[in-house]
Design a binder for this molecule. Sequence first.
Ligand SMILES: CC(=O)N[C@H](C=O)[C@@H](O)[C@H](O)[C@H](O)COP(=O)(O)O
Length: 232
Amino acid sequence: MNRLIEQFHRRLVVSCQAYPGEPMRSPDTMRRVALAAVRGGAAGIRAQGLEDITAIRNAVDVPLIGLWKDGDDEVFITPTLDHAVAVARAGADIVALDGTSRPRPDGLTLAETIAAVHEQTGALVMADCSTLDEGITAANVGADLVSTTLAGYTAYTTKGDGPDLGLVARLAAAVDVPVVAEGRIHTPAYAAEAVQAGAWAVVVGTAITHPTTITGWFASALVEATAADAET
Ligand SMILES: CC(=O)N[C@H](C=O)[C@@H](O)[C@H](O)[C@H](O)COP(=O)(O)O
């Protein structure tokens, strides 16, 4: 087992991302969010965009998973080899990329992309998948880790309210590489269940680092409570 991957066994990785046009969309803000997450016990950070990756790389020592969301195509998480190489050169230890079987914008296969990332950068590759078959294929073609990141975010998968822990369990039973649980892990209880289901590590984004969404959860609860009180 790679020493870097060992560092976050059964631990929390915090995804620090702000979306285009949002108030927190700035590399310095994400650097500070990452520092705060490490202080709270994060054993790894996941970050999006070259500037954020570099800013965070220079601030924290924990393993850094980097990605570059780009384009309006279906494949948008580090969609091409060029994106992946740039993510590694920006400072990511692990490049997270689309691990589905959908056509990639540069025409390369997942296998060719993973091999080239390994050869050109030495970085590890985490394949962001949406189904069991995709995870098995990604592991077979050289992914160092597979994750459930895209479960519920492809046209052929269904998005539940919570994480797809069934997929975590099925993947963990089927592949030899570490399985990372990611996507809609909104509570500490879900994070614990993910590890119990066989996850090597758990990535949490929104519930820790996206205040607009978290605020919305609380604000909605009050609106619902008020509506319920009005009915009685
Ligand atoms: C589908 C997609 O684009 N996922 C992205 C991948 O990096 C992020 O927007 C998510 O925040 C991340 O996966 C963590 O998940 P959650 O925020 O649900 O804890």
